[in-house]
Design a protein. Structure first.
Lengths: 331, 331, 331, 331
């Protein structure tokens, strides 16, 4: 039974608390938060202790920590927790600063402790099935990858300002998905973006609609499309063209009902947002973390991959700003 | 070049005139109609002669006639035309009277001339592909056939009164489809019906919504659903469950556009009615008739099959009226 | 917190144990089984007591029992449990004997205790959404209901022999669904069946493929298709034609991946069987039961409805045997 | 009755000959070809005269010419034909040289004669329906356009060498589609490409897989994906994200049959290639040309738009070669 503490009792912390506590092989023993009352509320619900972060990290009885705090604390906490001998599952992104993330990577490497980055979408049953079919050679060799990832509605501008920007905050998931599907990182990245959904987002120095094109050493190409708004719900699709065919992962719809009237043939909308779409992915993510920690096998998503995704986000941010392609090795 | 005359210049006559005249191996030379002005109008459009039916049948230069007159004249005209040595393509149904149809069948048989009944749906590309996949054993041995056939809107009650009733007028197509798909006729037929769409249809002694169940000597079962109204368009689907899987033929939609909004994910409606849905079937039907006549091969839809379909309709009509199953051999 | 005991620790008992124990408002306190070792195994897994059925029923501290024993014990247990003052959720079918079920219904009525029958499919999110859309008038007034319900593979013949036959064992779900969707029971039932999937099933006196047609007082018609085999998985579809359109509930597929190759465009199969398809329905069923017991509101599926479904099954069994329609009021 | 001559009796010439000759308002009176025997063959089939191009252009009795010759002759022939007073429908692309195309545009403008460029896809019923729904405001204001356009198999390398390259030869259709859908031309174009399908294509200086990103003055973004190979058939899709939703045009499949087996649920492949997919578009294109010529209304696709599409192709070719974005005003 893995004894786990949760750092951060915000929205995503609650999602993880539920996964940890309902999993047979793990026990949620403690939680901390910047605001102690948040930790206490979650502790009451999940029947665990509310403690300070330092206290948790210092406690040798705790095997693993799940870091769900604000992004600017991720690197510090990963370093401290691994130095204290704990296994870590850290929410994405690794950091907003690529430099800091790389420094963290080195510190963690010295501890030899396992760290996994929480790219939950890898554990979505359909994206997983797509990946397996591709790796099994069912459509031959991949040539062109397309990822469509639209949020239902833009976040508040106040959030946008501290988010690190669309490429680091939102497209980071898709950068990781690209390396998950294709197995490598790109050579060149070209990004374009605009704030056509909400000019306020543009005024805050960010974009809300963006397309990134990535090229690979062997000639493969990937394209990622992001929008902060899709009136019909959370749009999460992947498409891979390969030498012998194509694989697509479609959206999960709210239900399976089809209505035919004089207005047309109507299916349900895609599920509203990430909790509805990816709940089973969070469960599977936690299962894969505990299994890897317990068996001592390779982390399903490594810190290195987390840093790579951040490097892609950095390159895309730079490309969009300067209006020219950026080589990944230059960031 | 097959020289063809058309008997009947109504709506369906025009459909056939177009198929005949645009087909490379046939020439529309004449047309007749109960109302000579109808024949003249069609003749002007298709650049052929307007003549009387007797005149056409007596003309040795005419190789084939297409009978698209009112149903009560079909048997007489098939007899006369074959006795005059012509090949015949006759619109469905063979007759409203099963007795008369059987008598006609005998007369025609004596002439040795080829007669095809115009069950156009057999030539629909999708129904045809389904039949080929079934015959090729792609899903094993058929066990349960389902046919859904809904018209967009009920006909006028005045038409209903002279139509012979839903089973002879509308479901006749589905009875033929059942023998096309399964290759045999059923042993028992049970029909239920009601006039829930339009009570006036019930007052006229007919039904507008009906379900027919048919059982076969080897244990197979078929079910046909008909409705005179589908608010979303012409609904024409076939589904066969077999030992190794299932084949379905879906509806043809008006176009391929999908609209996603906060109201759902909407495709186009099915095409409006039979002209839109089955235009390519009429062309293929004519091609198969001319080819069979020219090569002297078996008619793609025989008069015997036309009589069989009528027998099923007769049995269904009787079953619905008496509220009990009817053996096909008893009609 | 509702204190619940489970009677029956077979496969479906485990499904319910999981639902009961993971639900916030209920606690699984005890379990019994005809074979005590089964009860002990489940008790160990779910951290509750293994006791005898009599002991459980006699315990005033237990608020509710979930009956998941063999069908022939349902009536006895419902009577005893309600007489002991407990709320009951009893698995379908109520009984194999319609007479016994009706007697049970009277006994239970006298106790005034709430009994719900476990027709889990009513709680499927898609069937539920279909029902809500129909009741909201989104497609007008229902005219023709079609239910397709195919199991992936036939059960062992040994099971078939004690099952009560396809209509009571398998189609009972669809009979209930028909009254759930349409809100009433039919007037006439006509059933045909054959043992085309497995002749051994026929030798055992049962059918494996069946079509039932039901007519209602106001002219509506329903048709149910059952097969014990669908090579492609569990096929569970509903379709309602109404005055202004049609509603359909499609199959749940194993995942959302589409593969396009030179062989065609392939989606995943429907989920394998009822556990995969209806797991969320079992959870929702339990929630609705606890809520109704706690609030003292009407049971979501009444014992009367369970008896009605059995009466339909009885009529269908009789109709298939005698080859003629059966009036529901005659069984 | 518009008297029409066809210049060019190759594959696409035959497609147009069929459209011209089966259209009620036009008559195919003559055909020419670089190889006179080709013209004679087509003339025999369509019952018209085989003549020389000069002869046709000099003939005042000819109202319009359809130019379906090799691309390098388009500009010359458009100039000569319009100077001779004829209306012109010219196949795409206008020219391989943007400079020559612009010069031609000026010459033609002076004649005042109507010239239409044969971007047939605009007349596809589904793309047309998508455009109409967008213009009607059904999904609000467009923000992000995606065009997927994959050929089933690469052309011979010999063809690639004289084609002008993928951007001018193949993506030219998609460049036109982007201006058709969005109504304007982009400001910036970024292209990446590789020869991952066939290295021989790379050796010939071209690419076979490419992604182009275009940005517009008002912040809209468009992305076009091209591949010379799709093992599953001709893949032609359009997707527009807008403020209130999304419109997609799906692929046309070979038929409407769905097969469910233990391997999955399989639909038919997309139609093989452009003749199958766009036959109805060629017919509609011709209708719109004749109608505009006859009524003296604006050409449905102008020469200016043809030149614009070529400018986009030029910019994309340059961008892919130089590895940086290109401003459309700089080509």
């Amino acid at each position: 039974m893995l004894k786990v503490s949760l750092l951060g009792a915000g929205r995503i912390g609650w999602v993880h608390a539920k996964a940890i506590s309902s999993y047979a092989g793990s026990e949620l023993v403690a939680v901390s938060d910047h605001f102690p009352e948040n930790a206490e509320k979650l502790a009451a619900e999940f029947n665990c202790a509310a403690r300070t972060t330092d206290d948790i990290i210092a406690d040798p009885a705790i095997d693993a920590v799940l870091i769900a705090t604000s992004t600017d604390t991720h690197s510090d906490l990963m370093e401290k927790a691994t130095q204290a001998g704990k296994a870590v599952l850290c929410e994405k992104p690794v950091d907003l600063s690529l430099e800091r993330a790389r420094a963290c990577q080195k510190v963690v490497a010295k501890t030899g402790k396992p760290v996994m980055i929480g790219f939950n979408r890898r554990f979505d049953p359909s994206f997983n099935a797509l990946k397996k079919a591709l790796d099994a050679g069912e459509i031959g060799k991949a040539e062109l990858l397309s990822i469509t990832s639209f949020d239902p509605a833009p976040p508040p501008v106040s959030y946008v300002k501290v988010s690190g920007g669309l490429f680091r905050d939102m497209m980071i998931h898709d950068f990781d998905m690209s390396q998950f599907i294709l197995g490598v990182t790109p050579v060149n990245i070209t990004a374009v973006g605009s704030s056509i959904v909400d000019p306020e987002i543009g005024a805050a120095g960010d974009v809300d609609t963006a397309v990134v094109t990535m090229t690979y050493a062997d000639g493969r190409i990937a394209v990622i499309k992001n929008s902060r708004r899709a009136a019909y719900g959370y749009d999460q699709r992947i498409e891979v063209l390969a030498s012998d065919g194509m694989l697509q992962a479609k959206n999960l719809l709210e239900n399976l009902v089809v209505k035919s009237t004089s207005s047309g043939v109507t299916e349900a909308k895609p599920t509203l947002f990430f909790l509805e779409r990816y709940m089973s992915a969070y469960t599977a993510e936690w299962d894969s973390f505990v299994t890897a920690v317990t068996k001592g096998t390779k982390m399903p998503v490594t810190l290195e991959e987390g840093v790579n995704a951040l490097a892609m986000a950095e390159a895309a941010t730079l490309s969009a700003k300067e209006g020219k392609p950026v080589r990944i090795e230059d960031v």
